[in-house]
Each structure stands twice: as C-alpha cells, then as structure tokens.
Write a protein that binds this ligand. Structure first.
Ligand code: IMP
Ligand code: MG
Length: 181
C-alpha cells in the first residue's frame, strides 16, 4: 500500500458500518422508553458517535465531553483532564459513554468518577474497540464493544496519532516509520 499511512487495515469501512448497525440495534432495544444521553468522548469517539447515534432508533440526547490524556505519546499517561464543561445533561438521565478504544481503562474510570456528582440514573460504556491485552481495570465495565483488536497502535475512523489520520474511513495499524518521526 504505497502512500498509505497504515501498514495493514484491520477493519474495513464496511465491517465498521455493519458492526455499528448491530450496536445501534442493541442500544435501541436496551434503552427503549428511557431517558438516554449518549456522551461521546472527544475527540477520538466523534466519528463513531455520529454514526452510532444515527443507528439508535430510540430518542436520545447526544453530548460530548473533552478529555485529554495522551498528548503525542502512544500510550496512556494516566493523567486526565476535562477540556470542556461538565455534561449537565447527564443529570437524572441514563448515560451511555461512547468511546473509541478501551486500552488501560484509565480514561473511562476517571470520567465515570467525575460524573457521579451529577447523579445520573445509570452509567454504561460503549466502546468501538477493545485491545486484546486490556483488562477491566479499576472496575470499569464495558457493556457494548465493537471489536477486539491486537495490541497495536491503530488510527482511522476518529483515532489519531498526534491529531492526524482521524479522517481515514477504515481502521489500520499505523506504519512504524510514521510513529517514530
Ligand atoms: P486508556 O485510558 O488507556 O484506556 O486509553 C484510552 C484512550 O487512549 C483512547 O480513548 C484513545 O484516545 C487513546 N488510545 C489508546 N490506544 C490507542 C490507539 O491504538 N490509537 C489511537 N489512540 C489510542
Ligand atoms: Mg479517546
């Protein structure tokens, strides 16, 4: 794949589309008749959330929360901060956190803790990707997951490396020479 930023494609555009439709159907079923807010984590989950929201038939709010934990590194620093206002819509609603990838679980465990003062009716997690070596660290339970992927650094469909490659319609393993620059 000359000129491609990935050394191999893990999930094609079509595979992602089909799986998002399945996840949307499951969420629609589980949240029928409940006040749901889908809370997507910026910036990585923005594209997934846009597609998932349209695959969820039951009425819901779509909100976003900005979290920063990565900088330019390719592994979690464990330090998280909110870059947007608190998601007030979470109060008195069922919250479904929408995340791009579950790796160490640190980011999500931090967010779930921050939401508690808003008194959400429930908090669940929907992540598009789970890395194979991931463990449900610190009690984070993932209710919906799209795909298990090998423990490699991936980009595309919202996932970035130093803010690049989010626009790719597929998910692939970033070329090593691009990571090392
Ligand atoms: P965690 O806190 O270790 O679970 O890290 C989760 C966050 O790290 C995700 O929301 C992503 O933003 C980022 N991340 C983890 N693995 C990758 C990857 O392979 N590619 C791009 N971003 C990643
Ligand atoms: Mg993220």
């Amino acid at each position: 794949m000359h000129d491609s930023p990935v050394e191999r494609i893990l999930l094609s555009e079509g595979a992602i589309r089909d799986r998002v439709a399945e996840l949307g159907a499951a969420v629609s079923r589980d949240y029928a008749g409940r006040e749901l807010v889908m809370l997507a984590v910026l910036r990585g989950a923005a594209i997934f959330a846009a597609d998932l929201s349209r695959a969820v038939a039951t009425p819901h709010l779509l909100d976003f929360v900005g979290l920063e934990s990565y900088g330019h590194a390719t592994h979690s620093s464990g330090r998280v901060r909110l870059t947007t206002a608190m998601p007030e819509h979470a109060a008195q609603r069922h919250v479904l956190i929408v995340e791009d990838i579950f790796d160490s679980g640190r980011t999500l465990s931090w967010l779930i803790r921050e939401l508690q003062p808003l008194a959400p009716l429930s908090v669940e997690v929907c992540t598009l990707l789970v890395k194979d070596r991931s463990r449900a660290e610190r009690g984070v339970r993932v209710r919906y997951e799209g795909f298990h992927i090998p423990d490699e650094f991936v980009v595309g469909y919202g996932l970035d490396f130093a803010q690049r490659y989010r626009h790719l319609p597929y998910i692939g393993v970033l070329r090593r020479d691009l990571r090392d620059q």
